[in-house]
Structures are given as structure tokens and as C-alpha cells.
Design a protein around this ligand. Structure first.
Ligand SMILES: [Zn+2]
Length: 313
């Protein structure tokens, strides 16, 4: 899939795009500018051209249908360009379909993991499903996210925004919150979570704790983060994201696995999940818990490992 996605670009650009593919699916602002100039297109059109490259990261052993999405970060460089973040769907055989991660969620998780405080637009091969519309609505009600999708012609596109795609939406404001789930990345002081002093804390646990501090849990305060370690020692983490409508949130393990898959590149597949040697969940005690979901998800691909669980206050 990667090769097919690359062949739609001129040969002179393929090496640089291949580098994007092996470096976490992030297109740096200077490369965005370069690609727009060489291809003579605007950023929206570039994002759509990159959607097939994002789809090459798809792990879809159930549907065999890879989906890609490309998010544009909020941070601008001195030339007015922002980084682009790729994301793809992820499915888990042996578990219910509601465990599936959608490409739009993966692209947001990638931008979030890169400490963006928001995304301004999202390119997809078709308008997002209802689940993703609700998930994306949590990003910010005050500056609705732009959605870019193909218009059916060769390189043409249309755009809309999430408010138009979700009229009469139920969102954070209905529960008395401002929303904007990625804003914690620019908060002066993220929640000061600490693990109890006597617990044995190593680098993996510290990484999960850090992810928990950057999580978004305005409705339950169940701040949570997961960190996984591969057999070769590499560590990846992800933060929990809640949603006003509850179900379309993002579990900390889904976020960690998605970030891992993006870092490993499009050649990564279900077999890489079996190389997970450790998994840590850190969460703040609340009326809800991530523990059962994380345990169930891990057991689907690495039944030999036991979840390492910590409560933080
Ligand atoms: Zn979706």
C-alpha cells in the first residue's frame, strides 16, 4: 500500500515522503511548504494527496479496509505553515467492533502525542462517520474543525466544518465544560498526578504517568495514561480522552497502540502487537476505571503479559 501511495507523487518527492512514513507519520512544516511548492497545490489539496499514505498504516485484519486521515496542527512556523499528522484505522480480532480505532481518532492522537494544542483541519477520503463527528466535536466548539474531502474529480475537494456535519450537537457546553480536549498541551500546569511513594517506578511507569497528566477527563476526573514496551525496549504511550457523549472517547491503550503503530511505520501490522512485552496503566481513582478495558484489549494480542496497574492521586 505504501508503494502505491508513493507512486502518485513525482519521483523526486518519494524519498522524503518515505521518511515521513518511518518517522511517526508527521510531516514537518518546512516539508509541507516544500511539497506545496513542488506540487503547486495548497495545503488542503496536499492533505488530501497524503490520505492514501496515511491509509498505508491501517491495521485492518477484520474489515480488510484501511482508512487514512490527515490532521493539520495548530502551531505555525515563521512561514505560516503547520505540521501535518497522519492516522489510520486499527482493528482487534477476537474483540467487539466497538474496540476499533477510527483513522480520524488516530490522526488526532498523533497530533496530541506531538503536543499540539489543537488541530485546525482534517482531510479524509470520505466525510467522517457519526462516531468520529461526535469525537471531533470535543476538540473545540468555539472554532469548529474544518473537514476536507474529495469532490469526486481527480484532485478537487470540498470542505465543511464539524458544526455543519453535526447540527444540534450535544457537546461539552451542555455539561458546563469548554471542551477542547487538546488544550492541556498548552496548560501552564497539567494535573499534578503522583504515584504513591512506595511503589516501584521505572521509565515505563513514569511515561504512563506523564501520559495520564496530559489526558482529558473533564467529566469523571479519571485521568489515565498507558505506556507499552516492546521486546526490543522501545516505549510508546497514549493519553485517555473523554467525550461528552461518553462512547466516542479514546482509551489510553488505544492511543498508545496507535502512536506505536505510527512510529513503527506502515510495514507494522498485527504481528507487532504480539511483541508488546509490558503494559502499564496509570489512572486517577474515580467513579469509572480504564482497567477492565485495557486488560481485555491487551489479552486480545498479548495474553501472556499481565497489566501493571498504578493508581495516581
Ligand atoms: Zn469514524
Amino acid at each position: 500500500m505504501l508503494e502505491a501511495a508513493l507512486t502518485s507523487f513525482p519521483k523526486t518527492l518519494r524519498t522524503e515522503l518515505e521518511q515521513v512514513a518511518v518517522r511517526g507519520g508527521k510531516v514537518h512544516p518546512d516539508l509541507v511548504q516544500h511539497l506545496c511548492r513542488v506540487l503547486n497545490i495548497d495545503v488542503d489539496a496536499l492533505m488530501l494527496r497524503l490520505v492514501p499514505l496515511a491509509a498505508a498504516y491501517g491495521v485492518a485484519p477484520v474489515s480488510h479496509f484501511s482508512v487514512g486521515a490527515v490532521a493539520r496542527g495548530q502551531r505555525l512556523d515563521s512561514n505560516g505553515y503547520a505540521a501535518l499528522y497522519l492516522g489510520a484505522n486499527m482493528e482487534f480480532p477476537g474483540r467487539a467492533l466497538c474496540f476499533s480505532l477510527h483513522a480520524e481518532q488516530a490522526a488526532v492522537a498523533n497530533a496530541w502525542n506531538n503536543r499540539e494544542s489543537g488541530i485546525t483541519s482534517l482531510a479524509v477520503s470520505a466525510v467522517p462517520c457519526g462516531h468520529c463527528r461526535q469525537f471531533l466535536y470535543e476538540l473545540s466548539e468555539s472554532s469548529p474543525l474544518r473537514i476536507v474531502f474529495p469532490d469526486g474529480t481527480r484532485h478537487g475537494y470540498r470542505q465543511t466544518d464539524i458544526a455543519e456535519l453535526l447540527p444540534g450537537a450535544f457537546g461539552p457546553a451542555d455539561l458546563g465544560h469548554e471542551g477542547n480536549m487538546m488544550a492541556v498541551n498548552i496548560a501552564a500546569d497539567p494535573p499534578p498526578l503522583e504515584i504513591e511513594q512506595n511503589a516501584s517506578v521505572d521509565a515505563l511507569v513514569r511515561e504512563a504517568l506523564k501520559a495520564a497528566r496530559f489526558s482529558y477527563a473533564p467529566y469523571t476526573r479519571n485521568h489515565a495514561g498507558c505506556a507499552v514496551q516492546l521486546q526490543n525496549g522501545r516505549i510508546f504511550s497514549g493519553s485517555y480522552a473523554e467525550n461528552a457523549a461518553h462512547n466516542p472517547g479514546l482509551s489510553p491503550l488505544h492511543a498508545a497502540l496507535s502512536n506505536m503503530r505510527m512510529a513503527l511505520g506502515p510495514a507494522s501490522g498485527p504481528e507487532d502487537l504480539q511483541k508488546v512485552a509490558r503494559c502499564v496503566l496509570v489512572e486517577k481513582a474515580a467513579d469509572i476505571s480504564q482497567r477492565e478495558l485495557v486488560t481485555t484489549l491487551i489479552s486480545s494480542f498479548a495474553p501472556q503479559i499481565a497489566l501493571e496497574y498504578y493508581v495516581a492521586e
